[in-house]
Design a protein around this ligand. Structure first.
Ligand code: URA
Length: 443
């Protein structure tokens, strides 16, 4: 087969055959199709899309680029969650130990930062010593011992996504439904789950900025999960402003610890409980969502969830002393405050601009081999809807990068808008999507 022909075919809007998709995917994993041709294929797909059948076949081939793990010897219904990517979205960190502490095994394979959004792996690796690249045998051992494991794609598990994910991150080819579906579902189907909860973001800081696009993505993901025999439930959730008040890898670990102690920001707690409650229902440890949420609250209140997270961090090589004493973590050379220019209500906080700002501060990548500064980031003092006075600090930016400071101050300041009247509050969890369709969400 000729790779150039395949790229040209996709560029011209044709549907690719299974053998053609396989040639690109397998060739990329083996190193026989070079990165520059895969980049061109990704960009052609970004513009031309894929049919439903093509997306499903692309996902299947991505999945079978590596091993599909069988966890049938692990007792219980194995359930995982995945987010389509957001700013300040640290939900997996408190969520996975909460659900595991409820008795539902959680085998989780996540990704690194993608585009302007942060990634669970980078957050976990900001804990000194934490290893996310376990072998399949280690992965099995950890889930068997703790009922919880958190790793990344490896050379054995979802290797096509491991490589393509990193390439999409730096070639502006992230915001594309078939590529997102193939990426998410290939790793989720490889990890040995029985059921999956999806957090599909919508708004400024999401890859799908309109509600309609987000529903389309959610439906594609649910359809693929269901066709592979996994019970799959999606939630469409708001990503116009960042989740919580911490953006940046280590800061998000610290905020996650607050959530595990029940003291996290209201939006992070709400989303963690809704997604966690549904995972507990799918894991057959609760009869309905209300009961699932109640179970999650209990393991936060009695400290079991926090203990589970400590056990995971220690088991995967991380130093829990930093979780007990975050004040001992290194701090950035520059700490710059952003203040409100006038009295009034914060009417919006642009999550896309803040996500991009964190990359400039050193907390994300613009090239495949960029090294992340885990302590870089932004701490918000307020959320949209809060009242502030002129001169109040609304955000603090942290970086070692001398060159970034000046430009980032303006970018972060411009991400805030103010108004004299309080903006109407918008629901965080907007709708629920499953094999029966899309419905507005309410508890
Ligand atoms: N999460 C993933 O794993 N892949 C994507 O493409 C987007 C979010």
């Amino acid at each position: 087969m000729n790779v150039v022909e395949i790229i040209r075919k996709k560029r011209n809007g044709a549907v690719l055959e299974s053998a053609e998709l396989k040639f690109i995917i397998d060739g990329y994993v083996r190193g026989t199709v070079p990165e520059y041709q895969v980049s061109a294929f990704l960009m052609a797909t970004y513009f031309q899309g894929m049919t439903k059948e093509e997306t499903s076949e692309f996902t299947r081939l991505m999945l079978h680029s590596g091993d599909v793990i069988d966890l049938s010897t692990i007792h219980g219904v194995k359930v995982d969650k995945h987010s389509t990517g957001g700013v300040g979205d640290k939900i997996s960190l408190p969520l996975a130990p909460i659900v595991a502490a409820c008795g539902v095994p959680v085998p989780m394979i996540s990704g690194r930062g993608l585009g302007h959004t942060g990634g669970t792996l980078d957050k976990l690796e900001s804990i000194p010593g934490f290893k996310t690249n376990l072998t399949i045998n280690e992965y099995r051992r950890v889930i068997a011992e703790l009922g919880l494991v958190m790793i990344g794609q490896t050379k054995e598990i979802a290797p096509a996504d491991k490589k393509m994910y990193a390439l999409r991150d730096v070639t502006a080819t992230v915001e594309c439904i078939p590529l997102i579906a193939g990426s998410i579902m290939s790793k989720k189907l490889a990890e040995g789950i029985d059921a999956l909860v999806l957090d599909v973001k919508t708004g400024r800081g999401a890859f799908m900025q309109t509600y309609e696009q987000s529903v389309e993505l959610a439906q594609a993901l649910v359809e693929i999960g269901t066709s592979f025999g996994k019970q799959t439930v999606g939630f469409i959730t708001d990503m116009n402003q960042p989740l919580g008040k911490a953006i940046g890898n280590w800061f998000e670990v610290v905020e996650s610890m607050e959530c595990l102690r029940g003291n996290g920001p209201a939006d992070v707690m709400e989303l963690t409980y809704v997604l966690g409650g549904m995972m507990v229902v799918l894991g057959k440890k609760a009869a309905n969502l209300e009961e699932g949420i109640q179970r999650c609250r209990e393991v936060v209140e009695n400290g079991f969830a926090e203990k589970k997270f400590f056990a995971l961090v220690e088991r995967q090589g991380g130093k829990i002393s930093y979780l007990h004493h975050p004040d001992r973590y290194p701090i950035s050379k520059h700490r710059v405050t952003i203040t409100a220019p006038r009295d009034g209500y914060i009417s919006s906080i642009d999550s896309l601009e803040l996500g991009l700002s964190v990359i400039s501060l050193g907390g994300g990548r613009t090239k495949v081999d960029d090294v992340i500064d885990p302590k870089a980031g932004i701490l918000l003092k307020n959320k949209a809807g809060d009242h502030v006075k002129a001169g109040d600090v609304v955000a603090e930016c942290f970086t070692d990068n001398d060159a970034a400071v000046e430009a980032v101050i303006h970018r972060v300041a411009n991400a805030f808008t103010f108004a004299s009247v309080q903006p109407k509050s918008v629901p965080l969890v907007i709708s629920i999507v499953d094999k029966d369709g899309v419905r507005p969400f309410s508890l």
